[in-house]
Write a protein that binds this ligand. Sequence first.
Ligand code: NAD
Length: 488
Amino acid sequence: MKQILNFINGAYVAGQAGKTFKNINPVDGSLIGMVSEAGQPEIDAAVAAARAALEGPWGKMSIAQRVDLLYGVANGITRRFDDFLEAEIADTGKPHHLASHLDIPRGAANFKIFADVVKNVPNEFFEMTTPDNKTALNYALRRPKGVVAVICPWNLPLLLMTWKVGPALACGNAVVVKPSEETPSTAALLGEVMNEVGIPAGVYNVVHGFGPGSAGEFLTTHPGVNAITFTGETRTGSAILRAAADGIKATSMELGGKNPAIVFADADMDAVMVGLKRSVFENTGQVCLGTERVYVERKIFDKVVQRLKEVAETLKPGHPNDHDADFGPLISQEHREKVMSYYQQAKEQGATVVTGGGVPKMPKELEGGSWVEPTVWTGLPETSSIVQQEIFGPCCHVTPFDTEDEAVRMANATPYGLAASVYSSDINRAHRVAARLEVGLCWVNSWFLRDLRTPFGGSKMSGIGREGGVHSLEFYTELRNVCVKLLD
Ligand code: NAD
């Protein structure tokens, strides 16, 4: 039986209390292995190891040395591509082609991009005249924040974890990572790469467990943690913000979304369907940036609904290694229950179920997996739970609109503000609408095109702060101003 251990101070260790939990394969419900849960002693040890690393060789390294090591980590992930791929697929059940094109390559790229950012960032400098008419020079040093807690979700485990660990380490911090209890494997495996490439012990630590009363809470309330970077549900984010308040810890919050797509009648229909197929259904709808609300100009409403139905019905569920399979299961039976409860609510609230709404018929060996059908609804009021709440499944509700103002008003009318897509051939309208949408990211005629140098994050209840490129430096470093008076 596979054992997944905590990684503390460069070594794999079991929790002292001997508590373990199951790591389940969502494809068929089989047991992948047992995960060792970290308790307070392991969190204390991980934070102490991180602190010691900052005070030891890691803290004394030049930027050039750190950059070399981070390139080494990226290359190390690429060298062990198949190991990461296998672990990620087993934990998430996502199709092989998705994990091999997105999750693992981006996991490696996240180290290179932030190594480059840190290497190239200019510093602030101001020359001033002093009251006694002399000169003083001001310059700002970027110093690491210290020990950074990295708390991660399960939907893109390696990609989202390294999106935080990459910049944190590039800026000279040490990290304690708490991966999702659903997907502990790739974070644990990364410890081997860290050791192989010579990252000093204590710089990268991994503790496994849950949120309240477990590793997540112990970490976010730990007095030795200087900053918390979190990706996950809005409700969890607010619990973590409360925990962070006591210790005045810096926080970065990448939270949930209920993202709209707005389709104008002049849009290129192929671009619309390529975009919606991915944004609604990719990763079985478990993407924070995914579309769950589609607003379509009334004159093409029926046509878009029909095309969406056709797309949804051609998608084939299947085993990750089945190259014809378009989508995998949801992450767990628990998450399936949540998504199915929304499928049920939609019916009860009087939705027209255009397609889906149930569980697909699977071959016997996959019947134990957490499968759901791709689903499209119409006909619900904008106030319904289906239109207002994040479902995080392969589904969307489609609403017609008559004017640009009406589309913008409906798109903005949820508490969330993560991402949006606008489809139109009218360039002026596209720019106008993008500027009016209350979101952190807006795509035009596309979805999920990511240049890692650009700001990433949500507005309203979708998050606080921006990461990506130089924006990550704002979170992972402390600016220290040095003022030097030049004496005669
Ligand atoms: P989640 O909030 O349930 O869990 C995320 C992590 O927080 C897990 O590691 C969990 O163990 C931990 N946690 C839970 N309670 C905690 C507590 N009280 N203290 C400390 N840690 C705690 O989220 P999830 O279900 O794993 O992920 C799906 C959610 O993540 C969706 O809402 C999705 O929109 C969001 N998400 C957002 C982004 C983004 O960039 N904005 C990206 C991916 C996912």
